[in-house]
Design a protein. Structure first.
Length: 169
């Protein structure tokens, strides 16, 4: 990815970043030099989790500070139509998708941006440029954790997937 490239972040990536987990460290490294954006549904999903788990004010402030780091992308009728097409197509092929995930994918497609996610539900969405960390074994995670601590990690292990799209044609 080029410096200052805009990318859409899935809710799970923000969750990893908020928890400051090892997976979050890998995604943070992957995001270096990019402009992170979020779909309108992402803050709602994060706040739903916080409210459902009865987070205190400190954790909610940390969540608000995290979300403030990212550009909230506008919604349009085109994005709503793309989301509907994604949901209908996925239902047709027997791989239903959650409404929130369809909105996130549609936002990335509607704005012509890649989506960074750790959610396999986005695989196979036509036209979506999906960027994700490859599957890691426990041994990989331990080795990567050591590399992060000693500064020897050169780049996060990640893959790109891109699929042709008639949705936007």
């Amino acid at each position: 990815m080029s410096a200052s490239q805009r990318v859409v972040l899935d809710t799970n990536v923000l969750s990893y970043l908020l928890r400051q987990s090892l997976m979050g460290a890998h995604y943070k490294r992957l995001l270096t030099g990019t402009i992170g954006c979020v779909a309108c549904v992402t803050p709602e999903e994060l706040y739903f989790g916080a409210v459902s788990r009865n987070w205190g004010s400190q954790r909610r402030k940390a969540l608000a500070a995290l979300i403030d780091n990212y550009e909230l992308l506008p919604v349009s009728l085109d994005i709503a139509v793309i989301s509907a097409c994604i949901r209908a197509e996925r239902s047709r092929v027997g791989r239903p998708i959650e409404k929130a995930d369809a909105w996130i994918a549609a936002t990335a497609l509607g704005h012509g941006l890649p989506l960074i996610s750790h959610d396999k539900d986005f695989e196979g969405i036509q036209g979506l440029h999906l960027i994700t960390l490859r599957e890691m074994t426990l041994e990989d995670v331990c080795r990567a954790g050591s590399a992060l601590e000693d500064g020897s990690l050169q780049a996060a292990p990640w893959t790109c997937a891109s699929f042709g799209s008639p949705l936007l044609q």
